[in-house]
Design a protein around this ligand. Structure first.
Ligand code: FMN
Length: 185
């Protein structure tokens, strides 16, 4: 079992990263091979809406998305973690999702065969406010992304009211819930 954790926060040592680390720890104690990707460290252009695209489901822009796409395809489970920025996913997270457009077209327009086995997916979101509509908004986007990426939406952990770097560590049970999320995936 290979579990890929993807962090959409630009803040090293921030809340999203700490939650994701715990989730990956939970997965690893169950025997999974785990890997963490920090999207902010990748060189990844936003989707360019290319006039001509490849029919094989891959994106033709040659950057770090190519290796990430390979890892996502290989993974048995994905844990996507993002802070809420302006009521939605972070830009880093959204850039990755938009780059799946060629795969979306391959799957839903060209109706090409995709793997029968669904991956398992977990979503971790964190916001400073306590606005459910922001979390619902981000969740809807991720559900769409997971469906495209042959991933079943299995678990979620949404944390509200945490703003400053690392303050998640003071939360009474957020880290243990993240651990459980990873373990159960
Ligand atoms: C550019 C930016 C936009 C943000 N927008 C929101 C927002 O719309 N709603 C909210 O509740 N928090 C918002 N926040 C706060 C973050 O979601 C919050 O501080 C979170 O804990 C950051 O997680 P991190 O440490 O993993 O980056 C924003 C923060 C930044 C930097």
């Amino acid at each position: 079992m290979y579990v890929l954790g993807i962090s959409g926060s630009p803040r090293i040592g921030g809340n999203t990263g700490l939650l994701l680390d715990e989730a990956l720890l939970g997965a690893s104690v169950q025997g999974a091979e785990v890997e963490k990707i920090i999207l902010n460290k990748l060189k990844m252009r936003p989707c360019q809406e290319c006039e001509t695209v490849k029919d094989d489901g891959t994106c033709k822009i040659e950057d770090d998305f190519q290796a990430l796409f390979g890892k996502i395809k290989k993974a048995d489970a994905l844990i996507l973690a993002s802070p809420i920025f302006f009521g939605s996913l972070s830009a880093q997270t959204k850039i990755m999702i938009d780059r799946f457009q060629c795969y979306w077209r391959y799957k839903y327009v060209l109706k090409k065969p995709v793997p029968e086995n669904m991956k398992r997916g977990g979503l971790i979101l964190i916001e400073a406010s306590k606005r459910d509509e922001f979390l619902d908004n981000a969740k809807a986007i991720v559900k769409n992304f997971f469906a495209t990426a042959n991933t079943e939406y299995k678990n979620e952990l949404f944390i509200k009211g945490i703003e400053n770097k690392g303050d998640i560590a003071k939360h009474p049970d957020a880290l243990s819930k993240a651990y459980e999320l990873g373990k159960s995936l």
